[in-house]
Ligand binder design. Sequence first.
Ligand code: NAP
Length: 245
Amino acid sequence: MLQGKTALITGAGKGIGRAIALRFAKEGADVIINYSGSEAAAVECAKECEALGARTFTVKADVSDMAQVESMFAAATEEFDKVDILVNNAGITKDGIILRMKEEDFDSVVDINLKGTFNCMKAASKLMLKKRSGRIISISSIVGIRGNAGQVNYSASKAGIIGMTKSLARELVSKGITVNAVAPGFIETDMTSAMPEKARESFIGAIPAGRMGSPEDIAGAVLFFAGPDASYVTGQVLTVDGGMI
Ligand code: NAP
């Protein structure tokens, strides 16, 4: 489905980003694997993508830093000459009730999740506008739609991604570029395994499907937006949550 395409996936060494990289590789894309701290995981993911026939490029960059993002896109285009698909997946949580949430907990989550997405959207748009084609897909969250106690910082960043997605979709629709988002529910990754067991159990109890989602469930939705069947779809948010909201 993605033969001849080059995809840059942020935070692709593990979790949902890794599943997207592997699925894209399986579908014939070349993949640029970004990481910020997990170098060994990123290298391992690249090896797995290569085993599926993909060409890969692994690049370290903190997405919250515009200079590092610009260098990452410069290095990626030197390697592959183009970026057809951008997946903004990098994200963190720093949860806490508002009275205990420190200013730096708010700032770092918004800097990585929201400003990081903006930085990559801007760098990718520059390249895609020249080609008058491209796909930008960002990972939001159901928490950005319905809110969640203890996550005012995270939910603000994920709601912001939805606003940016809808605005950028309007800016770029006439230039052959689509901009969409996927809003996952409760997915089995390091991010959720760090939660206390009681909170995990109560979350799982609220999922009509009766199970947590897998990273592969999210990769399939991202693939839809990246593939040929979604060429007339833009500004949309696809919720993948086992019926939670
Ligand atoms: P994860 O396993 O903790 O992965 C997070 C990824 O983000 C890692 O690859 C990490 O790479 C990367 N990252 C963090 N800070 C970064 C930075 N400054 N620059 C570049 N990369 C950075 O969590 P996950 O569950 O797969 O999360 C992936 C995305 O899905 C996130 O945006 C998350 O908010 C979203 N999401 C997850 C769930 C869920 O239930 N798991 C639900 C809704 C939405 P390094 O380790 O190299 O820093």
